[in-house]
Design a protein around this ligand. Structure first.
Ligand SMILES: [Zn+2]
Length: 215
């Protein structure tokens, strides 16, 4: 969402895509994305990847699975975060999403794909790192029929810095959906919720998210 706000500030955004790979939170993610797109008048499209849902046993997708719950202190424990990342890993997800977005970008004449990467999670998700962006861009130069590059305004930021960038750019932070689960409210305990809660703590955004977490 912060990347969307920063992209809008940089120039026209022609399409936003939410991928449905069977994740429990898909309807919440779509609602959140549509809310952000409505704010900036960006067309939104959902792309279903049923085969990816079928082959993955990730806690994000598997029926009845609940992603690990972490404490705030666990976020700084490499073993705990490695286990959490393994539990929610979806095979080749970021590459698949970027390459599909690249096909749209080529057809729509958009030179840039904007992804929501961050330095904080790059430690356990290598496909969320600045080094990965560089590698994908090298490959896009071969696979795209027009100049298409993937960027992320936040790849070098931790989540606290991303929240600050969102506040500075009036991003609609109250519309965020961080949770690995798809319940009515964000759970507040999965790794993604824990990171968001830590990032907003002590900022104006904390109040904006008041009541958004179940715990
Ligand atoms: Zn959660």
């Amino acid at each position: 969402m912060v990347n969307c706000a920063l992209a809008v500030a940089a120039g026209p955004v022609v399409l936003a895509i939410t991928f449905d790979y069977g994740q429990h939170a898909v309807f919440r993610e779509i609602d959140a994305a549509k809310g952000v797109c409505a704010r900036y008048s960006i067309p939104h499209r959902r792309i279903s990847l049923p085969w990816l849902a079928e082959i993955t046993s990730s806690d994000l997708v598997r029926e009845g699975a609940r992603p690990p719950e972490l404490t705030k202190a666990d976020l700084d424990d490499p073993e705990k975060t490695k286990d959490s990342a393994r539990a929610v890993w979806v095979p080749n997800r970021n590459w698949i999403m970027i390459e599909i977005a690249a096909a749209f970008a080529e057809v729509l004449g958009a030179g840039r794909i904007v992804a929501g990467f961050n330095r904080e999670e790059a430690a356990t998700f290598p496909d969320n790192s600045a080094a990965y962006l560089e590698a994908v861009n090298r490959s896009l130069a071969f696979s795209s029929g027009a100049p298409v590059q993937v960027i992320s305004y936040t790849a070098q930021m931790n989540k606290k810095e991303i929240v600050q960038a969102g506040l500075r750019n009036q991003a609609p932070l109250a519309k965020v959906w961080s949770c690995y689960r798809g319940e009515e409210k964000m759970c507040g305990f999965c790794e993604s919720c824990r990171r968001l809660k830590r990032a907003v703590s002590g900022t104006e955004a904390e109040e904006m998210l008041n009541g958004c977490f179940a715990g």
